[in-house]
Design a protein around this ligand. Structure first.
Ligand SMILES: NC(=O)c1ccc[n+]([C@@H]2O[C@H](COP(=O)([O-])OP(=O)(O)OC[C@H]3O[C@@H](n4cnc5c(N)ncnc54)[C@H](O)[C@@H]3O)[C@@H](O)[C@H]2O)c1
Length: 325
């Protein structure tokens, strides 16, 4: 039988919550034994859900990192700027580390030293959330992609309104869109992303979400406020040996949060989209289709990124469990 993996969660926001729910589905495989988050609401929620001892609730990751090692692995799900420091600190303590992307937010932060620190000594993963890759290449390919990805991430593009003409109806239009995106979800009884992001200190309901939209950052028009989130990004990579790869990220798509990949080889090409893999053989000129089936329990928000969140935490916990044998 696989050993029980004890994890601590650093950053009990949206990502921390999603990965932790794996322990509800598989209580025989994982136990969440500690949490660090400055928000009391988040700590209490975790304590109640996972029955965490009072002394294992922390307001800051640093206090937890200073303590004697109390788990096998740590899930680092803090905001972008708080990735490098905890990753290095917990890795030094001998924890297996699942680090949310990006590894760092600037070139200087992401020195080779960190990479060596975290990866050479301990089994670590950076969350890449691609179902196909997480199944087949698990950790390595995602590490490569994200190591290269962040260093080209400095060219932040501001969202540009393609139709900047202001009309009287634009406010009304924005209001309609907001109602569609957020309030329709509340009415359906949904409480996870994106509603949880709006209400970090309360449970999302009509009242709290409406208040957050009135007074918080999410009720603003992205084109008119100070939002500097990158809306599209293209990264070209060249690997040793001459292999090249191009990565495109686009914010506005019909397929929200879905990934498509095509790999071109000398004898054929392989592409995948959703649950289908298609292999085309240049010699025979024939295509073969495969359907990937990934068992993923429903209703735990782990179906995010087309089940990749589930696959990612499942792979990580399996790898940690093997290391404990
Ligand atoms: N892999 C993916 O698909 C994916 C998707 C969304 C976000 N992300 C990344 O995951 C990370 C977390 O995103 P999120 O959406 O969960 O954000 P979030 O704001 O919901 O969660 C971050 C949490 O970290 C906590 N925190 C802040 N300072 C802390 C500290 N000193 N010690 C401990 N906890 C602290 C915050 O209170 C918050 O609860 C980000 O880096 C984001 O870019 C990845």
């Amino acid at each position: 039988m696989s050993p029980l993996v004890r994890v601590i969660v650093v950053g009990a926001g949206c990502r921390g919550e999603i990965y932790s729910r794996y322990s509800i589905i598989h209580p025989d495989r994982v136990k969440v034994v500690g949490v660090a988050d400055p928000r009391k609401f988040a700590r209490t929620k975790f304590q109640q859900l996972y029955n965490i001892a009072e002394e294992n609730l922390y307001e800051d990751w640093r206090i937890l990192a200073e303590r004697e090692k109390c788990a096998d692995a740590v899930l680092i799900c803090t905001p972008d700027v708080l990735h490098k420091e905890p990753a290095v600190a917990f890795a030094k303590k001998g924890y297996h580390v699942l680090l949310e992307k990006p590894m760092a937010v600037s070139d200087s932060m992401a020195s080779k030293k960190i990479t060596c620190h975290v990866y050479d000594k301990w089994m670590s993963a950076i969350a890449s959330n691609c179902p196909f890759l997480s199944r087949i290449t698990k950790l390595n390919l995602s590490l490569i992609c994200f190591n290269l990805n962040y260093s080209s991430n400095n060219n932040v593009l501001k969202l540009i309104d393609k139709n900047p003409q202001k009309t009287q109806s634009s406010g009304v239009e924005n209001g309609r869109i907001i109602i569609k995106i957020y309030l329709d979800r509340v009415k359906q009884g949904r409480v996870g992303w994106p509603l949880a992001a709006l209400c970090p200190d309360t449970l999302p309901d009509i009242e709290t979400v409406s208040e957050a939209l009135r007074t918080g950052p999410y009720g603003r028009c992205v084109y008119e406020c100070d939002n500097d989130v990158c809306s599209n990004q293209i990264v070209n990579m060249e690997f040793e040996g001459g292999l090249t790869a191009a990565f495109s990220m686009v914010a506005f798509t019909e397929d929200i949060c879905k990934r498509k990949t095509t790999i071109y080889g000398s004898k054929g090409e392989l592409s995948f989209k959703n649950d289908e893999i298609r292999v085309f053989d240049f010699l025979t000129q024939k295509a073969t289709n495969y359907v990937v089936s990934v068992d993923c329990p429903k209703n735990f928000d782990l179906s995010g990124h087309r089940r990749a969140d589930y696959c990612l935490i499942d792979s990580f916990i399996s790898a940690v469990a093997v290391s404990l044998l």
